[in-house]
Design a binder for this molecule. Sequence first.
Ligand code: FMN
Length: 220
Amino acid sequence: MDIREAIKSRHSVRQYTNVPIPEETVAELNKLIDACNAESGLHMQLITDDPECFNSFLAHYGSFRNANNYIAIVGPQSLENLDEKAGYYGQKIVLAAQMMGLNTCWVAGTYSRGKCKADREAGEKIVCVIAIGYGETQGTKHKSKPLAKLCTVAEADMPIWFKNGVKAAMMAPTAVNQQKFVISLEGDTPVIKAGRGPLAMIDLGIVKYNFEAASGHKCR
Ligand SMILES: Cc1cc2nc3c(=O)[nH]c(=O)nc-3n(C[C@H](O)[C@H](O)[C@H](O)COP(=O)(O)O)c2cc1C
């Protein structure tokens, strides 16, 4: 599976089997997480075999089952663009996990922050978590807003790389599937702007990563 296939086949999965993540896969994920932390200044951590974080009323209400592994997206509150970086690097790990045959779900609300086992150093906070494991199903495709609502460029005028980026952005996970972003083209530079909302900057980072991974072009 390549990254474009990973973008297409990734859907949120909230029910997992009991199959543990094999040691080699844990090691591979940890290697990627370490590299992303070094590059970004985040302090992301993979936590395995911990049923507590998703063992709360909210998590059950949110229909999570057997969510025993998660990536805690932690970072210093003082880090510039913390939420956007959380989204960008978290999505990089989500797509790598998809290519390793794992399923995921971004979670900012329906988990127990108090029971999350992540280490936090002074001044750090948990931005959100990503449930990870082998899904009972592969999830389903989300409904998307029409392209014209998400992009200022008409489809007929799009260079092929830009079109690939826009399509991948439309497949990106966003909080409550809000898709509050607008993509434009300034000269040769793709520009993605976030709408308002508490989770909009995490979404922005996620959407930018999807766009860049599929188009090969860096966004502003
Ligand atoms: C920042 C963020 C926060 C999210 N928080 C939750 C959550 O608290 N509970 C939940 O069940 N899903 C959560 N989701 C998953 C979204 O509902 C899901 O990504 C969206 O509906 C699109 O569906 P898809 O991921 O299958 O493409 C969150 C997604 C994002 C990006």
